[in-house]
Design a protein around this ligand. Structure first.
Ligand SMILES: Nc1nc2c(ncn2[C@@H]2O[C@H](COP(=O)(O)OP(=O)(O)OP(=O)(O)O)[C@@H](O)[C@H]2O)c(=O)[nH]1
Ligand SMILES: [Zn+2]
Length: 335
C-alpha cells in the first residue's frame, strides 16, 4: 500500500517517481511572484471559495496544479481577478505545504482517500448522548484518524438533557481524551458555546460527527454570523441551499481561531491509517514497543507490549484502549 503525507512537510501531490529517468521533470511552473495568499473556505464542484484579506474570492485550480487538489483549510497562492466581484474567477497556482492532512476513506477496504481538511490542529468529535444513540466505534475511528493525522482530539458530547454521559465517559477515561458535555439549556443561554470556544482559541478545529448529533447547532452558536458567512459563500458558489455538503471553514469571532464544519459522516474509513502512528498517541506505551518485531501492528501475538505492560511498566487499561482503537480498523460494519 502506498502511503502519502505521513510526513507533515510532505506534499499531497501524487507524483510517481520517474523510474526510467528518460524524461526528467523540468520546473516549467511560472513563478507567480504576484500571487496573493489565501485560505480555502469551501469547495463546491471545482469552485473554491478563498479568503484573501477580507474578501471571498471564487477560484478554480490552475491547470499547472495537475491532479493536486486544494481542500478546505489549504493555504493557496491565487492569481487573476481577486476583486471578489460577481462572476469573476481567479486561479489557484500553488498549494502551500500542509501542516496536517485529515483523511478518510469511504470504507476500510476502499483505497480512495479523500482529504477532509488540511492544516487543522484539532478534531472535535461530536456525539449525541441520545437521539441518535452514541456510536462508540465511530468515535474510536475518528480518534484513530485524528491520531494518525497528528490532530488533538476533543470529544464533544451533546444532548446531555436526554441521557447522562457517565457510561460513555467511563469507556474513554483511560484514553485521557479531553471532553465537553453540552445540553439544550446551555445552548440556549450561551454557556455551551462559551465553554467550547475556550478549547478552540488560536486553533483550527475540524468538527466531525454523525448526522443529527447537533454539530450544526453548536457551530452556529460558536459563529453567530454564520448565516451571513454561509450566505456569502453560497452567493459565490451559486448554491441556493445551505446544507453542509462540503466542509466549510468559519472564523471564530475576535480572530480567536477557526471552525471547520464538515458534512455528517456515516462512516470513517481508515484504509490509509498506519498503526505505527496510532501508538504515537500513547507516549507512555512507546518504550514498550522497543522489543516488538519489525513492522509490528501492536495488535498481534508477538507484540512486545503485552509482556512489558504485564511487568508493570504501564497501566493495562491504556494498552486495552490502544488495542481497541487498532481493532476498530478491522471491523467492517461500516461505522
Ligand atoms: N435535546 C437536545 N437537542 C439538541 C441539542 N443540540 C442539538 N439538538 C437538536 O438536534 C437536532 C439535530 O441538530 P443539528 O445541529 O441539525 O445536527 P447536525 O449534527 O448538524 O446534523 P447534520 O446537519 O445532518 O450533519 C436538531 O433538532 C437540534 O435542535 C441538545 O443539546 N439537546
Ligand atoms: Zn507491537
Amino acid at each position: 500500500m502506498r502511503r502519502y503525507g505521513k510526513n507533515p512537510d510532505e506534499d499531497d501531490v501524487r507524483v510517481r517517481p520517474n523510474r526510467k529517468g528518460n524524461r526528467p521533470r523540468t520546473n516549467i511552473r511560472p513563478k507567480h511572484e504576484d500571487a496573493s495568499e489565501g485560505l480555502v473556505l469551501t469547495v463546491d464542484r471545482g469552485r473554491l471559495t478563498v479568503l484573501i484579506d477580507d474578501r471571498s474570492v471564487t477560484a478554480m485550480k490552475a491547470r499547472e496544479l495537475g491532479r493536486k487538489s486544494a481542500v478546505v483549510g489549504d493555504r493557496v497562492a491565487v492569481v487573476g481577478d481577486l476583486s471578489g466581484a460577481k462572476d469573476t474567477l481567479a486561479r489557484i497556482v500553488r498549494v502551500e505545504p500542509r501542516t496536517s492532512t485529515l483523511r478518510r476513506t469511504a470504507d476500510d477496504d476502499d483505497p480512495y482517500e479523500r482529504v477532509v481538511v488540511a492544516n487543522a490542529d484539532q478534531l472535535a468529535i461530536v456525539t449525541a448522548l441520545a437521539d441518535p444513540e452514541p456510536r462508540p466505534r465511530l468515535i474510536d475511528r475518528c480518534l484513530v484518524a485524528a491520531y494518525d493525522a497528528g490532530l488533538d482530539p476533543l470529544l464533544v458530547l451533546t444532548k446531555s438533557d436526554l441521557a447522562p454521559a457517565d457510561t460513555l465517559l467511563a469507556s474513554y477515561g483511560a484514553l485521557g481524551v479531553p471532553y465537553l458535555v453540552t445540553n439544550r439549556d446551555e445552548l440556549a443561554d450561551g454557556s455551551a458555546a462559551d465553554r467550547v470556544r475556550e478549547r478552540l482559541a488560536g486553533r483550527m478545529t475540524a468538527f466531525v460527527g454523525h448526522s443529527g448529533v447537533g454539530k450544526t447547532t453548536l457551530v452556529n452558536a460558536l459563529v453567530p454570523d454564520r448565516r451571513r458567512a454561509t450566505g456569502r459563500v453560497n452567493a459565490h458558489t451559486g448554491r441556493g441551499r445551505h446544507t453542509t455538503t462540503s466542509a466549510l471553514a468559519l472564523p471564530l469571532p475576535d480572530d480567536s481561531g477557526w471552525v471547520i464544519d464538515t458534512p455528517g459522516v456515516r462512516s470513517f474509513g481508515l484504509h490509509h491509517v498506519d498503526p505505527a502512528r496510532v501508538v504515537l498517541a500513547f507516549p507512555d506505551l512507546m518504550p514498550g514497543t522497543d522489543g516488538c518485531p519489525r513492522a509490528c501492528s501492536h495488535d498481534e501475538p508477538d507484540c512486545a507490549l503485552d509482556g512489558w505492560v504485564a511487568e508493570g511498566h504501564a497501566d493495562p487499561a491504556r494498552l486495552y484502549s490502544l488495542r481497541r482503537l487498532l481493532a476498530t480498523r478491522e471491523r467492517r460494519e461500516g461505522d
